[in-house]
Design a protein around this ligand. Structure first.
Ligand code: UDP
Length: 474
């Protein structure tokens, strides 16, 4: 039997990280006949959605290994999510070392290890076994430019980025980025999350190459810049996207019946509202959102999670709400909007919703997976960033790619009902909505082109795989 080249894929905790790494793995298996071992550290028992993703992997070609869970009670209380993720990865390193050793002994040396940004500690282990490491930037090329630029920014800027009076122009990028729109963990230099972010950013020189979940037609200038501007650490950049989930990650098809409900709605008439796997609104913001949707007089499909007044990422490790989220909606809202609107608690089959002919707009937290899913389906966006790098994505979507409208928050940080009604109406019926819709329709075509045989992203991934092909199997 001919031995296949073998790749180890390591994902940090969180569905938003696991899904694109799984989808990349599937591509490597189906299009390039590689075999994959997916290694996953965890923070407690695996969430249901993760278990489903792992159960549905093609048997034989993608094996997975869940490392023993770390004990969150040993982590500093009140840690930010990014800190918890990095601590979980750091705790998993000895187990990764053992797993890699055993893999090398059983099936030979892998041709590559691919991991996401929070996992640069894995690169030392890969090196020890002579395995080249690749970083899959699960986001866009602008984020990669920011990460590469970060050590310099860290030196040049003395105070907090949030207090900067002039915006940052990232190398190779066309739009200015206000300091406060940098990813959350960068906004408090004293927090451990900042230190972890810098720790990973400073170790990017250890990689043999970057994969980016973006495509030339979306971020041509930035990708070209990153590919052509040799810094001292120049590493190849492979745009391989849009890589999006192919199935439904929570397993159940449509328990809420929202797809059936969409079947009864006119084409392009429904605005879908969802804040990703972890986004949570405050109770005041959730009420304003509901009342704004009601005022907009548009059809809507709203995914509701129980509000949290302290954190916008409160559902990160489990999307399920503790209490009934519908209890937090304004009195009589569901009854008043019945027929025109549908409310789904906690989770919707997003891929199918975005692919449904009735869906005409998407109010999104600008998570990169959601953004790509919207692009692939040509659904224009309303950018409503909450945490992580979402504000940065929102700037890109509105100002550079011009595929999103963005509501403005009031002085208290809450987006009021009138503003929500104005943007939702504007997206679904206004001229500004027509312009972003048209641009999105073009990007939908470009995304499909990039991923087809001979397309830019397919070629780019092919180039990388042929490099691995030069490695002889021992
Ligand atoms: N998702 C879903 N249903 C939901 C919420 C999220 O299927 O109700 C999926 C969505 O399709 C995407 C992922 O969860 O694939 C969220 O990833 P993203 O990067 O957009 O945001 P994150 O959850 O990482 O903040």
């Amino acid at each position: 039997m001919v031995q296949k080249h073998h790749v180890v894929v390591f994902s940090s905790p969180g569905m938003g990280h696991l899904i694109p790494l799984v989808e990349l793995s599937k591509k490597l298996v189906t299009a390039h006949d590689l075999s994959i071992t997916l290694i996953i550290p965890s923070l407690g028992p695996p969430p249901k959605a993760q278990a489903h993703v792992l159960e549905s992997l093609p048997p034989g070609s993608i094996n997975h290994l869940l490392l023993p869970p770390s004990d969150p009670s040993k982590f500093p209380t009140g840690s930010r999510i990014e800190t918890l993720i990095c601590l979980t990865v750091a705790h998993a390193i000895p187990a990764l070392r053992d797993s890699l050793r055993s893999l090398v002994e059983r099936v030979g040396r892998p041709v590559a290890l691919i991991a996401d940004f929070f996992c640069t500690d894995t690169f030392d282990v890969a090196r020890k076994f002579g395995v080249p490491s690749y970083l899959f930037i699960l986001m866009n090329a602008t984020v990669l430019s920011m990460l590469l630029h970060l050590p310099r920014l860290n030196q040049e800027v003395s105070g907090e980025y949030g207090d900067m009076d002039r915006p940052i122009r990232l190398p190779g990028c066309r739009v200015d980025l206000p300091g406060p729109d940098l990813p959350d963990p960068l906004l408090d230099r004293k927090d451990d999350a900042y230190k972890w972010f810098m720790h990973n950013a400073k170790r990017l020189n250890l990689v043999d190459g970057f994969l980016v979940n973006s495509f030339t037609e979306l971020e041509g200038e930035t990708i070209r810049y990153l590919q052509e501007n040799p810094g001292p650490e120049k590493k190849p950049v492979y745009p391989v996207g849009p890589i999006i989930q192919s199935g439904q990650s929570n397993g159940s098809t449509d328990p809420s019946g929202c797809l059936e409900w969409l079947d009864d709605q006119p084409t392009g008439s429904v605005v879908f509202i969802s804040f990703g796997s972890g986004g949570t609104l405050s109770s005041k913001q959730l009420k304003e959102l509901a009342l704004g949707l009601e005022m907009s007089e548009q059809r809507f499909l709203l995914v509701v999670r129980s509000p949290n007044d302290a954190a916008t990422d409160a559902s990160y490790f489990s999307a399920k709400s503790a209490s009934n989220p519908l209890d937090f909606l304004p009195d009589g809202f569901v009854e008043r909007t019945r027929g025109r609107g549908m409310v789904v608690p906690s989770w919707a089959p997003q891929i199918q919703v975005l692919g449904h002919r009735a869906t005409g707009g998407f109010v999104s937290h600008c998570g990169w997976n959601s953004t790509l899913e919207s692009i692939v389906n040509g659904v224009p966006l309303i950018a409503w960033p909450l945490y992580a790098e979402q504000r940065m994505n929102a700037v890109l979507l509105e100002k550079d790619m011009e595929i999103a409208l963005r509501p403005e928050a009031g002085e208290d940080g809450v987006i009021g009902r009138e503003e929500i009604a104005r943007v939702v109406k504007g997206l679904m019926q206004g001229e500004e909505g027509a312009a972003v819709r048209e641009r999105m329709a073009k990007l939908k075509v470009a995304a499909a082109e990039a991923m087809k045989e001979g397309g830019s992203s397919t070629k780019s991934l092919g180039e990388l795989v042929s490099k691995w092909g030069e490695v002889s199997l021992e």
